[in-house]
Design a protein around this ligand. Sequence first.
Ligand code: AHR
Length: 510
Amino acid sequence: MKRQLLMGAALALTMSATAQTKLLTNGQEAHQIPAEIYGQFAEHLGRCIYDGIWVGKNSNIPNTDGYRTDVFNALKDLQIPVLRWPGGCFADTYHWRDGVGPASKRPKIKNVFWGGTMEDNSFGTDEFFTLCERLGCKTYLSVNVGSGTVKDMNDWLEYITGTEDCPNVNLRKQNGREKPYKLDYMGIGNESWGCGGNMRPEYYADVYKQYSGYAHLYSNNTNPVRVASGSNDFDYNWTEVLLKNAGNNMEHISLHYYVLPIRDWNGSKGPDRGFTEEQYFSVIRDGYKMGEMIPKHLDIIAKYNKNVKLDVDEWGIWTDQEPGTIQGHLYQQNTLRDALLASTTCDIFHQYAYGLGMCNIAQMINVLQAMILTKGDKMILTPTYHVFKMYAVHQNAKYIPLNFFSPKYTYNGESINALSATLSKKNGVYHLSITNVDPKKENSITLDLAALNATTVAKAEILTSKSFSDFNSFDNPNVVKPANFDGATVKKGELTVKLPPMSVVTVELK
Ligand code: AHR
């Protein structure tokens, strides 16, 4: 009996001891991680545009020329590389002329996809391009294919990029903008398999060729990157048919993938907060599936045109709406779980960055997996915002592959990797980001620095909290926020990082 008890104690000791994982690298730089992987998406949906970034010049909320000052400053800090606008499903109902000229003369429209909300069009083309100029980010326009015409698109392109003496260019000048704007990317339709026209891939391929051909003629020879409306998550046939039929007419093709705690598009998707471990586990597990679908889509693309890049231009967690909010506005809270989904997904993006053009999390403010939430004149930064800020060091850095066998996080008999990591180098400085998704166990890693030109930890930051369901509220805005971290040390040329349960750490090595 006594012997049995002792054995039990020894077992318990082993179980609670921190698992240690050796990360291996030869220090060789692989591909560049495009900054555009950290792209944002702002749709006319709920309070993303109105109340989110735009309050108008006459608002009591502090603003500069109508843009909320607090939100603008937070976005500027995030170093946003590219912004997609005006949708989403909304884009295929948007007629650009409604959103230019004196605000008082712009017609009101009903946002048919998102709650039937009436919008006054006070945020339009000039407001979007001016915002991007002030943020210093690239512009990504979604063109209306579902309910627009080729002529509407051409006129819009002329308005934005034209220099000649013609009505569309003169209209822009009359509206106060002499110089053309810079248009970097244009999406030809959105989810053309669904809200963007319910098309078959064969049909859309033809429509795509028609629009994309004229797009290059009318964009004042600035030739924006053309993004074909791509597949819904695992629909490889859509990518295949598009590449086969129009692969030589596109520069990029998109991919949309949303993670639902309960994968039921027609029923309850699971709450945004106050969820169970089962729903925590399913989100992280399904997030990892991005790492299966990207290489499969890339393989199909490479069969037809190796130069075409994949843009994951909508991704993130989609839960039930926060109770008490307007149906169709897709307002949800943002928890530590969502932050870990973001860090593990960005690690996958880094791995496949050689084939990716950009990625745009959905969405920037007050919608789905938002960076920022607002309420009246208040603003909070979400846990996902903090991950994007911590991960900004990887923008335009060189990716350095790591090899390791991750310990497992097991729930209800199912196991997934507990650890996810990225190592990159920029301007002679290395950054290692590691996520431990296990909600109960600390996990520790070691990394032999011999292959790297680094000897010390210059800085380390951690994002964690007591519960995976913790979030920042307007009354308590700093529950989940980054802190300096002292769990990363170097001894005899070896880095050790001790990761608490449910944490993401970024270490700067010099
Ligand atoms: O991001 C919300 C919606 O999700 C977008 O409008 C649409 O493209 C997708 O279905």
